[in-house]
Design a protein. Sequence first.
Length: 80
Amino acid sequence: MNARSSSEIRVSVIEAIRALVEPSERLTFAVTTEPTALGDVARISWALSPPDAPAVVSGQDFVVVKDNLITELYTFIDQA
């Protein structure tokens, strides 16, 4: 995976997660640390917060990419 495709994958993952959580109780999705990638695996840390309040849940998503497509997605919840 080259740097450009890694960047594009990051953006795609962030957009996909936002689309999934947008309808959830008016919580805001935020990326909490810079996404990282190693080979075909990328990691993103995130949090969901109500307006003007601390996060109610946070976690990390790990994605496996093959041929520029996400083939696996693993979500770990840190707090709820």
